[in-house]
Design a protein around this ligand. Structure first.
Ligand code: ZN
Length: 391
């Protein structure tokens, strides 16, 4: 397994010297920014994390919708390549659009991104672990690749990645959200868009800035579980379609699985495990033998993520149950059935018979009574048994 091959290569004497001195390194234009050394130490409350985590998990179709409304009018931009040295305390600051190429992905940086030196090697191990756990490749041969795609909506009409040929690799786009509009992270098979405040420069949080006025706090650590969640969407999205409960539930399940698995080996990931608050979203109905299949087919199709969150927690427990009974191959088994049957699920165009076909696929994979068994397991484990009743 090759991890972070290109990331360990330093380019240019100025960059090397700055990194040896543990100075922040300015982005592709080579300008140092001393304001970026400070590390925020204020804590983030559990409820803040819960809110933020939920907010970051907005579905990707919103991104696609937004993107299609824009036409590019600005002059072309040529992004520059950068590398990281693998040392967490060393920082790379982008002051122009730039990219890093790893074995399986390209990191595509907005301006005003502040990356710890171990960011890419950490993403490398997460992506490898996800592929292993899912039994799927992030770069399958039979996916219809469309390159980076036009994201000019994010960059005031400029499309900095227009000339970049990424082949089959995953585009991972890091957005600064400097105007505090509340961008969410999202992903499809085409790639991941990450809006993570922990990865922004202190410069865009200076007094008077939109971020300073937003009342938000810059987290003092990088939440790699959010990245694991979105990268799960990328890998599965390149392999088959999925209903909403399974898609979000699997992404949250895999996020916990790989963070727990890698925490012992990687201190940066241990920090994510220690600092992220794990919680169950509220659910509108108890899950048991009677309700499990009906809820799976209903799929919260008439609710958006901001209203619900139930799909995350119900899907996550479903995946936990399936892993407990059938081992980690459970997802690959289900994936292969969805592919063989050419099952189709269009977000925003819910059809009950399509959702039922995904439920029938689960029965085919794991037995006719799989939903009854899952419902009984929930009751036994005392999970998904408490509903929110508004006062
Ligand atoms: Zn998601």
């Amino acid at each position: 397994m090759r991890k972070g091959f290109r990331n360990s290569v330093l380019k240019g004497a100025a960059l090397s010297v700055a990194l040896m001195l543990a100075l922040p390194v300015a982005g592709c234009a080579g300008k140092a920014d001393s304001a970026t050394t400070a590390v925020q130490t204020e804590g983030v409350t559990s409820s803040d994390v819960a809110e933020q985590t939920k907010a970051t998990k907005e579905a990707a179709p919103d991104v696609t919708q937004e993107t299609t409304q824009v036409t590019t009018t600005a002059a072309p931009v040529t992004p520059n390549e950068f590398t990281l040295d693998g040392v967490k305390e060393h920082h790379f600051i982008s002051d122009s659009y730039c990219y890093l190429e790893s074995e399986k992905y390209f990191l595509l940086l907005d301006k005003d991104i502040d990356l710890p030196g171990d960011f890419a090697v950490t993403v490398d191990v997460i992506l490898d672990a996800l592929e292993e756990e899912l039994g799927l490749s992030a770069l399958p041969d039979d996916y219809e690749y469309s390159g980076v795609g036009d994201r000019s909506i994010f960059y005031d009409g400029v499309d900095p990645w227009e000339s970049l040929d990424i082949g089959k690799k995953v585009p991972i786009i890091l957005l600064a959200d400097r105007n505090a509009i509340g961008r969410n992270s999202g992903a499809t098979g085409d790639g991941a868009d990450l809006a993570m405040l922990a990865l922004t420069t202190d410069k865009i949080w200076e007094p008077g800035s939109p971020l300073a006025q937003s009342g938000w706090e810059k987290p003092d650590y990088v939440d790699y579980s959010e990245i694991a969640h979105e990268l799960t969407h990328v890998i599965t999205g390149r392999n088959c379609e999925m209903s909403k409960i399974m898609s979000e539930g699997l992404a949250d399940h895999m996020m916990y699985v790989v963070i727990d698995k890698l925490a012992d080996q990687y201190p940066t990931i241990a920090e994510t495990k220690e600092k992220t608050y794990r919680f169950d979203f509220i659910i509108p109905e108890v899950v048991n033998a009677e309700s499990a299949e009906r809820i799976f087919v209903y799929d919260f199709h008439d609710r958006n993520h901001a209203q619900s969150g139930a799909e995350y927690v119900i899907g996550r427990y479903l995946c936990e149950y399936l892993r407990e009974r059938f081992g980690r191959e459970f997802y690959r088994t289900y994936n292969d059935i969805i592919k063989a049957k050419h099952l189709d699920y269009v977000y925003g165009n819910y059809k009950e018979e399509n959702a039922q076909a995904f439920a029938d696929g689960l029965k085919e994979a794991f037995g006719e009574d799989i939903f009854v068994q899952f419902g009984n397991w929930c009751v036994e484990k005392d999970v998904l048994q408490y509903v929110y009743v508004p006062e």
